[in-house]
Design a protein around this ligand. Structure first.
Ligand code: SME
Length: 170
């Protein structure tokens, strides 16, 4: 049914948390762990078409009336995506600006949604925050409408917390 037969629509997030901790054990490098985390989510959670990071970076063309920082695509699984996203723009920029998880059951109904992959129909974006500092967001897209429940949100936030605790950001 799905490209990866081990992926599940309703994964056991507690068990995935243990698996993820062993995958990341012994390595604290940001690029390595972010790549592993993206692959782990894409492999274990079914019905996704994109999973990956946008990281906070200095703005490429900073203007006086705009933020000095923006989001730049980082390690991910899926099709080629938009490289840079301004704070406050799209689902990713909203999650970054408001420092909260944004769950979108239907991306076509989200004002300002940035369509990187036309296959995406629902999306969840979680902020990556360590010691009160925002380092980026983790974005997951699904080709199905209403793919992510509140239970998924809690489970995915727990997995992201395992990644954050296992990784050095500076
Ligand atoms: N849809 C996102 C853009 C990133 S892609 O989905 C990978 C957004 O609206 O921020």
């Amino acid at each position: 049914m799905f490209s990866n037969p081990t992926a599940e629509l309703k994964p056991d997030y507690a068990s995935l948390g243990h698996q993820l901790a062993s995958v990341l054990e012994g390595e604290r490098d940001l690029t390595a762990n972010a790549a592993q985390f993206s692959a782990f989510i894409y492999e274990t959670v079914a019905d996704l078409n994109w999973a990956g990071f946008y990281l906070v970076k200095p703005a490429k063309n900073p203007k006086a009336d705009q933020a000095a920082q923006e989001l730049l695509v980082g390690p991910f699984q899926g099709k080629v995506a938009c490289a840079r996203i301004a704070f406050g723009r799209g689902v990713c920029g909203t999650a970054a600006a408001e420092r909260r998880t944004v769950l979108v059951p239907d991306v076509h109904a989200f004002p300002g949604h940035i369509a990187c992959d036309s296959a995406s129909n629902s999306e969840i974006v979680m902020p990556v925050i360590k010691d009160t500092q925002l380092f980026g967001v983790f974005d997951i897209d699904s080709p199905s409408l209403n793919r992510f429940s509140e239970e998924d949100q809690l489970g995915l936030e727990q997995l992201l917390a395992v990644f954050i605790a296992a990784t050095d950001f500076n």
